[in-house]
Design a protein around this ligand. Structure first.
Ligand SMILES: NC(=O)C1=CN([C@@H]2O[C@H](COP(=O)(O)OP(=O)(O)OC[C@H]3O[C@@H](n4cnc5c(N)ncnc54)[C@H](OP(=O)(O)O)[C@@H]3O)[C@@H](O)[C@H]2O)C=CC1
Ligand SMILES: N[C@@H](CC(=O)OP(=O)(O)O)C(=O)O
Length: 345
C-alpha cells in the first residue's frame, strides 16, 4: 500500500525536484499538487515552467493544480510535502496540520519553534517524537516536521560525527553556495557571472541556530540545543548546484586527522528508501570535494568531505552536498520516509 501525498508549491524549483523523487517512489504516490492562485485550475504542464533535466512524468503533466488550501486537497491524502515561500508556509502549513494532514516541510518558517521537529534522519531521528509534544500543545491531529536549510544540512552530518567522537566547543563556517539555492529568479546572470556575492539574506543566522538544534538532545519533552558557539559567513558563487563549505572546529578532546576521517566514514546511514549507501564520503585528495564532481554522489543524497587538517585546538575540513536534493526536496522526502517508518503515517 502506498501513502497518498500532496505537494504544496509543486510548480517551483524544489516542487519540481519533489515530483522527480516522488513519482517513482515505492512508498508514496503523488495525489495532489498545489501552487499560487495564478496556477490553480491549470494542467500541471501548463502551470509549471519545468526546468530539470528529466521529463515531466506523464501522470503528473496532466494533473490539475489546486489552490494551496486544505479544502482543495482530497481527504484521502495522508502526507503533505511543502515547498512554499516561507511567508506563505507560515500562513498555510498550520491550517493543513489543523485539518489533520501531516506536513513534511522544506520552508524555513517554524524551524526554530520549540515544539517543531527539525530533523536530518541520520543525525537526530529521535527528535521526530517531538510531534507528541506538538500535538498536545496545539491540539492538532496532523503534525508539522521540518528539514533544515540546505547549507546547514551540508555541514551537520560531518559535525555530528566529530561531536560524537571528540565533542565540539566551537564551529566556524564559510560557504560557497550555488545559484539554484536562490531559486530561478533569485540572482540574475548580470549579478553572478564573473562574480561572488558575500551576502545571502538570513542564511548566516539560520546556520548558527538550526545546527545547534539539530545537534541537541531530545529528552522526550524538549530539545536542549547544543552548547557550541557557531559562526557562519555565507557567499553566493556561480555554480549551478552544490554548496561547498569550509569548516573549522574546536574539539573538546584531541583529534587526529585519521581519527576524524574514521569518525566520518563510519557515521551510520539508515535503511530508508532515499538514504545514501554511505552518508559521508571522505576524500583523500586535497582538492576534493568539488561541486561539479561530487554533488551527485548516491543520487545527490550523500555528503562529501575532504581537506581534513589538524588546527590549534581542533580540526578543519571542507564539505559539500547537492542543495536541491540532499539540501531540500530529498531532505523532505527522507523525513516523509522517517514518518512512515516511525508509524506516524
Ligand atoms: N531552491 C532551493 O535550492 C531551495 C529552496 N528552499 C526553500 O524552499 C521553498 C521553495 O523554494 P523554490 O522552489 O526555490 O521557490 P519557487 O519560487 O521556485 O517556487 C515557489 C512555489 O510556491 C508557490 N507559491 C508562491 N506564492 C504562493 C502563494 N501565495 N500561495 C500558494 N503558493 C504559492 C509557487 O506557485 P506559482 O508557480 O503558481 O507561483 C511555486 O509553486 C522556499 O521557502 C525556499 O526558501 C530551500 C532550500 C533550497
Ligand atoms: N538560502 C538558501 C536556500 C534556501 O531557500 O534556504 P531556506 O530553506 O533556509 O529558505 C540558498 O540560497 O542557497
Amino acid at each position: 500500500m502506498t501513502v497518498r501525498a500532496g505537494i504544496l508549491g509543486a510548480t517551483g524549483a524544489v516542487g519540481q525536484r519533489l515530483i522527480q523523487l516522488l513519482e517513482p517512489h515505492p512508498e508514496f504516490e503523488i495525489a495532489a499538487l498545489t501552487a499560487s492562485e495564478d496556477s490553480a485550475g491549470k494542467r500541471y504542464d501548463e502551470a509549471a515552467k519545468w526546468r530539470i533535466d528529466v521529463p515531466i512524468p506523464d501522470s503528473v503533466a496532466e494533473m490539475t493544480v489546486g489552490a494551496t488550501t486544505p479544502e482543495d486537497v482530497p481527504d484521502d491524502v495522508d502526507l503533505i510535502f511543502s515547498s512554499l515561500p516561507s511567508s506563505v508556509g507560515e500562513e498555510v502549513e498550520p491550517a493543513f496540520c489543523e485539518a489533520g494532514y501531516i506536513v513534511s516541510s522544506n520552508s524555513s518558517n517554524a524551524r526554530a519553534d520549540d515544539d517543531v521537529p527539525l530533523t536530518i534522519p541520520e543525525v537526530n531521528a529521535d527528535h521526530i517524537d517531538l510531534i507528541e509534544v506538538q500535538r498536545d500543545e496545539r491540539g492538532w491531529d496532523g503534525a508539522l516536521v521540518k528539514n533544515p536549510n540546505c547549507s546547514t544540512i551540508t555541514m551537520v552530518p560531518p559535525l555530528a560525527a566529530l561531536d560524537e567522537a571528540f565533542g565540539l566547543d566551537r564551529i566556524t563556517v564559510s560557504t560557497l553556495q550555488a545559484v539554484s539555492g536562490a531559486g530561478y529568479s533569485g540572482v540574475t546572470s548580470m549579478e553572478i557571472i564573473d562574480n561572488a556575492i558575500p551576502h545571502i539574506g538570513g542564511e548566516e543566522r539560520k546556520m548558527e541556530t538550526e545546527s545547534r538544534k539539530l545537534l541537541g538532545e531530545f529528552d522526550g519533552a524538549e530539545v536542549s540545543w547544543h552548547g557550541a558557539r557557531v559562526d557562519a559567513s555565507c557567499n553566493r558563487i556561480p555554480t549551478l548546484d552544490g554548496h561547498l563549505e569550509n569548516v573549522w572546529t574546536d574539539t573538546e578532546a584531541d583529534a587526529t586527522v585519521e581519527e576524524a576521517k574514521e569518525a566520518m566514514r563510519s557515521y551510520p546511514t539508515l535503511d530508508l528508501h532515499s538514504s545514501p549507501e554511505q552518508l559521508i564520503h571522505v576524500f583523500e585528495q586535497p582538492d576534493r570535494p568539488q561541486p561539479r564532481l561530487d554533488r551527485d554522489a548516491d543520487n545527490g543524497m550523500a555528503i562529501a568531505a575532504g581537506g581534513i587538517q589538524e588546527t590549534d585546538g581542533g580540526l578543519q575540513f571542507n564539505c559539500l552536498a547537492h542543495n536541491t536534493l540532499r539540501g531540500a526536496a530529498g531532505a523532505s522526502v527522507l523525513n516523509g520516509e522517517l514518518l512512515l517508518e516511525r508509524g506516524y503515517l
